[in-house]
Design a protein around this ligand. Structure first.
Ligand SMILES: Cc1cc2nc3c(=O)[nH]c(=O)nc-3n(C[C@H](O)[C@H](O)[C@H](O)COP(=O)(O)O)c2cc1C
Length: 191
């Protein structure tokens, strides 16, 4: 069975409602592995040597990658940035031939939660910019790393969802992952 690796970047997973519910539903999908990255790096520091090697090995065992996180200040949590700085720098600038080039062709999906309403992320709304625009640095990263971009899964008003809405969001995530798995394959260069 193919493997879909979900890397969850949340500062306090134990306090999370939305991301915790999504991660729980995702873990029921066959072939999905959810990793709570914060628990592996409690101080938020990731080095590109031992940590980077372990992360690279983990990525290279995956057929698809999902980066899951709450939107923070129109961006990603600092831990995801630390992960990119250590792991992707290592893979694509230091060990491109043995690591980065091998990851190319692995489909990438973003799953993100936002506190605000969908309408806030419009030209006339509070945030002016769309989520798609806010994700430009992630799209640029995916492009540079050769990771085919998949339509993101988004949950809005994540702090205000009633239990049935949270359930719906979690089931929607599981269904989206099933489609992601059914419709994508890693097209990597032969080793
Ligand atoms: C430091 C910080 C910054 C945030 N910035 C944003 C933001 O820019 N846009 C937004 O819609 N929500 C923002 N939020 C709300 C979070 O996205 C929301 O609390 C989270 O998605 C809820 O998921 P959880 O239950 O897994 O923590 C922010 C929250 C925090 C703590």
């Amino acid at each position: 069975m193919s493997k879909t690796l979900i890397l969850l970047f949340h500062r306090h997973p134990a306090k999370s409602k939305a991301n915790a519910a999504l991660a729980k539903a995702a873990a029921t999908v066959p072939g999905v592995e959810v990793v709570d990255v914060q628990s592996e790096y409690p101080d938020g520091r990731i080095d590109f040597e031992a940590d980077g090697r372990r992360e690279a090995e983990r990525l290279l065992t995956a057929d698809r990658i999902v980066l899951q996180f709450p939107i923070q200040w129109y961006s990603t949590p600092p831990l995801l940035k630390a992960w990119q700085d250590a792991v992707l720098t290592r893979m694509y600038y230091i060990f491109a031939e043995t690591e980065g080039d091998k990851l190319k062709g692995t489909p990438l999906m973003i799953a993100a939660t936002a506190g605000n309403l969908p309408g806030a992320y419009t030209r006339g709304g509070q945030n002016h910019f769309t989520v798609d625009e806010i994700f430009t640095p992630l799209k640029a990263t995916a492009y540079r790393c050769g990771l085919p971009w998949h339509e993101p899964y988004l949950v809005f008003e994540a702090d205000r969802l009633a239990p049935d809405q949270l359930d719906q969001a979690a089931h929607g995530y599981a269904a989206t992952l099933e489609r992601f798995i059914a419709t994508t394959t890693a097209e990597r260069k032969a080793a």
